[in-house]
Design a protein around this ligand. Structure first.
Ligand code: PGA
Ligand code: ZN
Length: 428
């Protein structure tokens, strides 16, 4: 069916920063929206998030970005028919014509790409996750099975997402010991609520950071992990059996000159940080470490993978930026064993699918992820189920920008009654 209209709007993300919503309308009036999220601790090789750099919103407005696309991108798509997502995204990519989407901006391109995906699911009369699944299976990876993702719930926030001195950015729990998504989620929510009491009793603030997790005035990773351990026990759950821990160190943010700098003045070399992470991994039930090292520290990453890759999941976020070519480099160099998937790091859904497929073909795990600046859109919940990624990172069970994804997953689960895998069974 031919596209009649495409329009974009400046809307707000969960930090009150402008972002983009775009809709596509067909000749018969069918219309769907796509929203884009936005990161704070971004990788330097991410596709370009274009902003106006004008007076509005401290330079972060996107009205000029939208106007430019409405004059130069959208008219090229009108009155045209596109066979499928790939066909549409390839047109967006070629109209932009740059390697990192700097002409129009990955933000407006992604909003349009997502709107197209939703529109396709509407036309085909399939729920979004089902449409994504069928399309991904048919065009990208034949063995894909829909499944409920194991959540990584970020219950203590630090780094660029909070104004405390906690150096690592995210302290997460993974409810690994449950037979359904709902049971796992309930466990995570109960621990989150008990953690609030624990913090309260100890005189810490229970204000939350950007991803809905608490942001108490603590500074060491051990303190954070001990607090979570006591909350897990007080909630009546068993460490390791029911719950394991996951970290996002976001170490690119810690590297100053040649050393990783911590708030207690500790400065670690790459080797020393690997040693420190390996100690943490020994002392706590950590099953996933994201961005343990800086995005350019590939020698360090190789060593870390050699040392820890068999013991724990090592996720590349800023390292791979959801980019197929960079992931391929990682596979060739035996770096990491998992990739974080953030749709706006690469800017179209098709390229996201390509990166997921490459990961699957090489036994790298995929974690579908939100950004710290989110919207109410729950697209990534459907993406996680549809691609059968097995894991999702979407913050604490707090604030609507985060719970919208959990709620969508609860609804999908209620309809489909899908498999939910614990850590040991995670396979792509
Ligand atoms: P960001 O953080 O969205 O601010 O980049 C999320 C992450 O690092 O995983
Ligand atoms: Zn990260």
């Amino acid at each position: 069916m031919k596209i009649k209209k495409i329009k974009a709007f400046e809307v707000l993300d969960s930090r009150g920063t402008p972002t983009i919503a775009a809709f596509i309308e067909l000749k018969d009036g069918t219309r769907e929206f796509g929203f884009v999220p936005s990161g704070a601790s971004t990788g330097s090789r991410e596709a370009i998030e274009k902003r106006d750099n004008g007076k509005n919103f401290n330079g972060k407005g996107v009205e000029k970005v939208i106007k430019f696309a409405e004059e130069n991108l959208f008219p090229e798509l009108l009155d045209k028919e596109f066979k499928d997502q790939k066909n549409f995204d390839e047109r967006l990519i070629s109209l932009d014509g740059t390697k990192n989407k700097e002409r129009f901006g990955a933000n407006i391109i992604l909003a349009t790409s997502l709107a197209f995906c939703k529109l396709s699911s509407t036309i085909l009369k399939k729920p979004l996750y089902k449409h994504i699944h069928d399309y991904f299976l048919e065009n990208f990876y034949k063995e894909t099975q829909m499944k409920m993702p194991l959540p990584m719930m970020n219950i203590l926030n630090g780094g660029a997402h909070a104004n405390n001195n906690l150096d690592f950015q995210e302290f997460m729990i993974q409810p690994v010991g449950f037979s359904s998504f709902k049971e796992g989620l309930i466990c995570g929510v109960e621990i989150f609520n008990v953690l609030k009491n624990t913090l309260n009793e100890k005189g810490f603030s229970t204000a939350v950071g950007d991803e809905g997790g608490f942001a108490p005035g603590i500074s060491s990773a051990e303190e954070a992990l001990d607090l979570i351990t006591s909350a897990v026990e007080a909630a009546g759950y068993e460490i390791n059996k029911d719950i394991t821990f996951a970290l996002d160190c976001a170490s690119t943010e810690l590297l100053k000159n040649t050393k990783y700098s911590f708030s207690n003045a500790k400065k670690l070399s790459s080797d020393e940080l690997i040693e420190y992470l390996s100690q943490l991994n020994k002392n706590y039930p950590i099953t996933s470490i994201e961005d343990g090292l800086d995005e350019n520290d590939w020698d360090g990453w190789r060593k870390m993978t050699e040392k820890l890759g068999k013991l724990t999941q090592l996720v590349g976020d800023d390292l791979f930026v959801t980019n197929q070519d960079i992931l391929q480099e990682g596979i060739d160099k035996k770096v990491a064993n998992s990739v974080l998937i953030k749709i706006n790091q690469i800017g179209t859904l098709t390229e996201t699918f390509e990166t997921i497929r490459l990961a699957y073909e090489n036994n790298y795990k995929c974690v579908i992820s939100h950004r710290s600046g989110e919207t109410e859109d729950s697209f990534i919940a459907d993406l996680a189920v549809g691609t059968g990624a097995g894991q999702i990172k979407t913050g604490a069970p707090s604030r609507s920008d985060r719970t919208s994804k959990y709620n969508r997953l609860l609804m999908i689960d209620a309809f489909e009654n899908l498999k939910y895998l614990g850590r040991g069974e995670l396979k792509n």
